[in-house]
Design a protein around this ligand. Structure first.
Ligand code: ZN
Length: 147
């Protein structure tokens, strides 16, 4: 098995068995909904933050395998992280998706399987949709904290 096949297997595993999938009707969660018209992907991400730490993440959406699997990977990658660290991890993920050098000390785990996406510019929005939702949610949480 070559590396592309291995990465494809990880993506399909997250697509078929998504981690932390669901929706919680709880106003203490920050809820962000985004869509990607170019592919028809829809994604809702929910973040629970306590003491500057992400203590729960949920995602629910419909879309292509890249988008839905990436939401599962995002939730696993950012869960239990400090919100500033999570923001940095998201930035490194964008570097990886664009095919730029990224910091492997910051971005770890299954997220690296998306590095091939840089060769398919049309899919970049699919791979980053859930991460963009999480990023916007964290930004709003920080803005609320600053008030
Ligand atoms: Zn898509």
């Amino acid at each position: 098995m070559n590396i592309e096949q291995l990465y494809r297997q990880v993506i399909m595993d997250h697509y078929k068995n998504p981690r932390h999938k669901g929706f919680i009707a709880d106003p203490s969660y920050m809820t962000i909904h985004l869509n990607n018209p170019s592919c028809g992907d829809e994604m809702t991400v929910q973040l629970k933050v306590e003491d500057h730490q992400i203590t729960d993440i949920k995602h629910q959406g419909t879309g292509c395998s890249i988008c839905c699997s990436s939401a599962s990977v995002m939730s696993e990658t950012l869960l239990n992280k400090d919100i500033d660290d999570a923001t940095q991890i998201i930035r490194e993920f964008y570097e990886l998706i664009k095919g730029y050098p990224y910091n492997p000390d910051i971005l770890k785990g299954d997220a690296i399987v998306y590095q091939g996406v840089s060769q398919f510019p049309a899919r970049i929005k699919c791979a980053t949709l859930a991460w963009k939702a999480a990023e916007q949610g964290l930004l709003k949480i920080k803005e609320d904290e600053a008030k």
